[in-house]
Structures are given as structure tokens and as C-alpha cells.
Design a protein around this ligand. Structure first.
Ligand code: ADP
Ligand code: X2W
Length: 292
């Protein structure tokens, strides 16, 4: 019995060998979503996975969300908050809360969890060292542009600070707040920010952790998850998508069109989803690939 158990463990370890070979030295951008970061044990498992990747020779970069945490804080302050096409309509008053919660709280929490394992995580906001420069973005509703306040579209990424941290063996943890060349600060959806960073870093993978199994084919029916799809196929689906899946799948499309070989949407509620995706043969969730 004991020998069988050991055999299975050795099998699981050796299954990882080709993936360790393939991804040695690879940069992987991981979007850690607000809805996948609610449970303590999952948060701790996520931090372990990221440190595991670092020790396995990959270069993980974390971009975190925090939508639910922002909404909770706005509620507490009595500030109304609505979403249009998956993006938060951001008044100047709400922007201050977004920045405070993302940079001051969620970023610190993620950095703290990772650093239980060693001096790895360094937190930064997209405002730091001109990492993200954004311009005011309008949402498209029925093809018409709609003003959604201080929401930004990233127009430039200067990834030097992130690269320096990676070269120093650190794990950068990035909040999706951007500076504008106009002196404003902008609220950027974290999926969108992760994709822009993955492209700028020439990452091998973008992995988006969320609170569903992947992209459902017939949402709100949740029986059929799409395992994989090509960029053109996804582009055709985009107008049919709703709520949080709009920026998420848009981010996957931007990433693969920008040269990232694979983009994934995974269920962050599955313990160690990140390790299962990267180091096992099956893969999980929805994978987006370039067309060729
Ligand atoms: N086709 C779809 N497949 C899966 N989820 C969908 C789909 N369309 C809309 N959704 C919704 O999108 C949500 C994920 O987006 P969001 O809540 O913004 O996640 P996160 O906080 O992780 O960024 C899911 O929980 C689900 O309610
Ligand atoms: C413009 C916009 O919508 N910004 C998001 C930023 C945080 C985020 O994206 O968090 P999740 O990944 O947890 O959804 C927001 O204000 O909620």
C-alpha cells in the first residue's frame, strides 16, 4: 500500500518534468481575481503556487484585482457604484477609494501572503516608474461610446521596473491603477492590465484566475466549459459575452494577438489550480491560442 502511494507521488512529480523543461526561465503573468481571492485557504494555496513557480525556475508576475473589495468599501462609505460592459463607472470620489483599496490593502495582502515563504514579493502600482500610462476610455454600449468616468485604457507599458525585479529573483505584484499623461489617475480593469503587461514582458503565458470553471458555452447555463479556442473564434464570440467575461476574454485575445503563445481562464476556487495548469498534462479551464 505504502509503495503504491510513493509510486503515485513519483508519477505526479515526473509528469511535471517536460513542463519544467519547457517553462524554465519563462515569464508567466498571473491575474489573481477579486472573486477568487475570498477564502483564506485558497489565498494561502495561491501564494504557495506562485513561490513554487519561482523555485521551479519560472518568472511569475502577479497582477491582482479587487473588484469585490472595492465594492464593499464603496458600500460602506455610501458611494453608489455601477458597472457598464464589465467596467466600474468611476467618479473622482470612487477613484480615490479604488486606489486606496487596490494599492493600500489588496496589494499589501497579496505581498504579505507570498512573503511568508521568503523575501520574494515586491508590490507596485501601475503608476510606479511609468509602468502603465492610460487614457480615458469610453465603454461601447450597442456600438455607442458611453462615458464611464475615470476608467483608463492602457496606451503605453514601460516594464523596466518589473523586469529589474524579475532579474533580481523577486515576484512583482502589480495593482491595476495607471497614470495619465494628463496628470489624472485611472482605474484599469485588472484583466486588461495583466494582458498589457504580459505582451510588454513577452510572457509565455497569461493565466487569469477567477470564480468559474472557464468560459461557459451557453452562459448562464454552466454545464459546458469551452476547453480551447483560437483567436478568431474568440473574436467572433466577443459581442455575445456579458459582465466580467467581457474584459477577461478581451484580455486573452489581446495577449495572444500581442504574441503571448497561450492565455488561460482558470477556476481559482480549485486548490492549486495554477500548478495543475502549468505542470500537468491535462490542463484545466479555457485556453486561448493564436490562430496559426
Ligand atoms: N460565458 C460565461 N462563462 C463564464 N462566466 C461568465 C460568462 N458570462 C458571464 N460570466 C460571469 O463572469 C464572472 C467572472 O467575472 P468577474 O466577476 O469580473 O471575475 P473576477 O472578479 O475574477 O475578475 C463569472 O462569475 C460569471 O458570473
Ligand atoms: C475599470 C474597472 O472595472 N476596474 C476594476 C479594477 C479591479 C478589478 O479589475 O478587479 P477584479 O479583477 O476583481 O474584477 C474595478 O474597479 O473593480
Amino acid at each position: 500500500m505504502r509503495a503504491n502511494g510513493a509510486h503515485a507521488k513519483a508519477g505526479a512529480l515526473i509528469e511535471a518534468l517536460p513542463w519544467l523543461t519547457r517553462f524554465h526561465g519563462a515569464t508567466v503573468v498571473i491575474k489573481y481575481g477579486g472573486n477568487a481571492m475570498t477564502e483564506q485557504s485558497l489565498q494561502e494555496g495561491f501564494a504557495q503556487d506562485v513561490v513554487f513557480l519561482r523555485h521551479a525556475g519560472l518568472r511569475p508576475v502577479v497582477v491582482h484585482g479587487g473588484g469585490p473589495q472595492i465594492s464593499e468599501h464603496l458600500d460602506r462609505l455610501g458611494i453608489e457604484s455601477t458597472f457598464t460592459a464589465g467596467l466600474r463607472v468611476t467618479t473622482p470620489e470612487a477613484m480615490q477609494v479604488v486606489r486606496m483599496v487596490l494599492v493600500g490593502r489588496v496589494n499589501r495582502d497579496v505581498v504579505g501572503l507570498i512573503n511568508r515563504h521568503g523575501p520574494f514579493a515586491v508590490g507596485l502600482s501601475g503608476e510606479d516608474a511609468h509602468l502603465f500610462t492610460a487614457e480615458r476610455k469610453h465603454a461601447l454600449v450597442d456600438g455607442e461610446p458611453v462615458d464611464i468616468g475615470q476608467v483608463g485604457e492602457i496606451v503605453k507599458v514601460e516594464p523596466g521596473a518589473v523586469e529589474a525585479l524579475l532579474d533580481d529573483g523577486r515576484i512583482p505584484v502589480v495593482s491595476s491603477v495607471a497614470r495619465g499623461a494628463d496628470g489624472e489617475i485611472y482605474n484599469v480593469n485588472a484583466d486588461t492590465a495583466a494582458a498589457a503587461l504580459a505582451v510588454a514582458l513577452r510572457a509565455q503565458k497569461l493565466v487569469i484566475l477567477t470564480d468559474v470553471e472557464g468560459l461557459y458555452a451557453n452562459w448562464p447555463d454552466d454545464t459546458d466549459v469551452i476547453d480551447e479556442l483560437g483567436a478568431t473564434e474568440l473574436e467572433a464570440l466577443m459581442p455575445t459575452l456579458s459582465s466580467g467575461m467581457v474584459p477577461k476574454m478581451g484580455a486573452c485575445l489581446t495577449a495572444v494577438r500581442g504574441g503571448v503563445p497561450r492565455a488561460h481562464v482558470l477556476d481559482g476556487r480549485v486548490p492549486h489550480a495554477l500548478l495543475l495548469e502549468i505542470f500537468t498534462d491535462e490542463g484545466i479551464g479555457t485556453m486561448v491560442m493564436p490562430d496559426e
